[in-house]
Design a protein around this ligand. Structure first.
Ligand code: GLN
Length: 193
């Protein structure tokens, strides 16, 4: 059975676990190095990227996680997790670090701090069908390098890029775990299988 880790330092873990179970994968909570070493893929959930950064360092997981992702571990980052996967951040706090797995600049709280959350219909570019997406104080992708594939844009917000993939790493601005549409998780599980 494909073992998918869910980084469980902070943020929404249970919804990701439920999606993985629906897809027939085994969710594994990751808080220690040994757990990280045991998985075939990993999810960095939404939450607060500055806190996730701090806790990754406190748990001695920052460098081991970065090394595994750079070595090809299939990875999905949602919302704060998208920020963690970027090479660069606009609107980060002083000293905020990222894992740098996707050649992109993300803007934190891009939809405006006063816009707490919103729900929109996106087009999921890989198959051209609609996808219902929930955004919570979300980032968007401000710029990206040539090797980055755009998976979804938010036409309701000027065509903002809200889902991307580069090789083994996938990132979404929206919370793909808060729905019963498991297409994003299915992409991760397929990469990890
Ligand atoms: N605004 C948060 C951050 O900067 C992300 C919000 C979320 O993950 N729902 O980390």
């Amino acid at each position: 059975m494909t073992r998918i880790g869910v980084l469980a330092l902070q943020g929404d873990v249970r919804e990701h676990e439920a999606a993985l179970v629906r897809l027939g994968a085994k969710p594994v909570r990751v808080r220690r190095r040994s757990e990280l070493e045991s998985v075939d893929g990993i999810i960095i959930p939404g939450g607060e990227s500055t806190t996730i950064d701090t806790l990754l360092r406190a748990f001695d997981l920052f460098d081991p996680l970065r090394r595994r992702i750079m070595a090809g571990l299939p990875t999905l980052g949602t919302c704060a997790g998208m920020i963690m996967l970027a090479t660069d951040i606009i609107g980060g706090i002083d000293g905020q670090r990222t894992l740098g797995a996707i050649d992109m600049t993300v803007r934190r709280n891009a939809f405006g701090r006063q816009v707490d959350s919103s729900e929109v219909e996106l087009t999921w570019i890989p198959d051209g069908s609609a996808m219902h997406a929930t955004f919570i104080r979300a980032p968007w992708v401000e710029s990206w390098a040539d090797g980055v594939e755009v998976l979804a844009k938010d036409e309701a917000h000027g065509g903002a890029v809200v889902a991307v993939r580069q090789g083994n790493a996938i990132a979404t601005s929206f919370h793909c775990e808060i729905s019963d549409d498991d297409r994003v998780h299915a992409l991760l599980v397929a990469l990890a299988a």
